[in-house]
Design a protein around this ligand. Structure first.
Ligand code: G3P
Length: 258
């Protein structure tokens, strides 16, 4: 599953791009309003950082949306035009997709709606998991059902799990087979977190610095560490009883079995 950032904040995109973990960005009118910048300017700035940037139409009528969609698509080659899952939105999507413009159909809440989006040639369908959870429905179930229906029908439209609110949603979307998961910056940051990573990294650096301070070279730091400064892992390994010796040379296979 590709990871997208759901934001219109330039600095957030820049940071996530530097982490190297995202493949795209989704914006919507609410996020653009929050960023406080002109729509075109902001989308172009984000497109300069990363590919696959969804930018949403705000027209309501089909013909206006077609004009607006063409205009948005011309902003940058990285743009994916987003339209709502309404009769006007899908009517516009059909024309725009026919012109080779990549379309993300947004505000999807059911398998049937996802089938409609596929029928007009959408490049992406965006089911909103979190907003379904908000009304006491199982959002990730809907994502999984859309993935399953698309696979059975051999539909190529990509499933983008949207309205992701927490790390568990990300795991569930990946396990459901979603092609893409889009999430706020705070959720993306949380994906890194694990207490054992923090503890392990802290210990590695402490061991390394202590060994350096005791005068070892980079290559023999471990060998020169004083006995009481050995890592917990090494102490455990050394405390294990020795394997019975057969007198034969130890092969790599045998060593692995220990
Ligand atoms: O990608 C859609 C997303 O922006 C909606 O998220 O949290 O407002 O439901 P949310």
């Amino acid at each position: 599953m590709k990871l997208f950032l759901d934001t219109a904040e330039y600095e957030e995109v820049k940071t996530a791009v530097e982490w190297g973990v995202i493949d795209g960005v989704t914006t919507n009118p609410t996020l653009i309003a929050k960023a406080g910048q002109d729509h075109e300017t902001q989308v172009k700035k984000i497109c300069a950082l990363i590919g696959n940037v969804s930018a949403e139409c705000v027209s309501e009528k089909r013909d206006n949306m077609i004009v607006e969609g063409r205009r948005i698509a011309a902003w940058h080659k990285n743009v994916i035009v987003k339209v709502p899952l309404t009769p006007d939105g899908l009517g516009a999507a059909k024309i725009l997709a026919g012109e080779g413009i990549r379309i993300n159909v947004t505000l999807c809440f059911s398998v049937n709606q996802a089938l409609l989006a596929a029928a007009v040639g959408a490049y992406i369908i965006s089911p909103f998991a979190g907003r379904l959870d908000d009304i006491n429905e199982d959002g990730m179930r809907v994502v999984a059902d859309i993935v399953s229906a698309y696979r059975q029908q051999e539909i190529q439209t990509k499933v983008l799990a949207a309205s992701i609110r927490n790390p568990m949603h990300v795991t569930q979307a990946a396990l459901a087979g979603a092609d893409i998961g889009t999430m706020p910056f705070a959720v993306l940051r949380m994906l890194f977190n694990h207490p054992l990573t923090d503890a392990g990294q802290k210990r590695f650096l402490e061991d390394y610095r202590r060994a350096r301070a005791s005068g070892g070279s980079e290559a023999d730091d471990g060998a020169r560490a004083k006995p009481d400064e050995r890592s917990e892992y090494r102490k455990t390994q050394e405390a294990k009883p020795a394997a019975p010796t057969t007198g034969k040379p130890v092969t790599p296979e045998a060593a692995t079995k220990r």
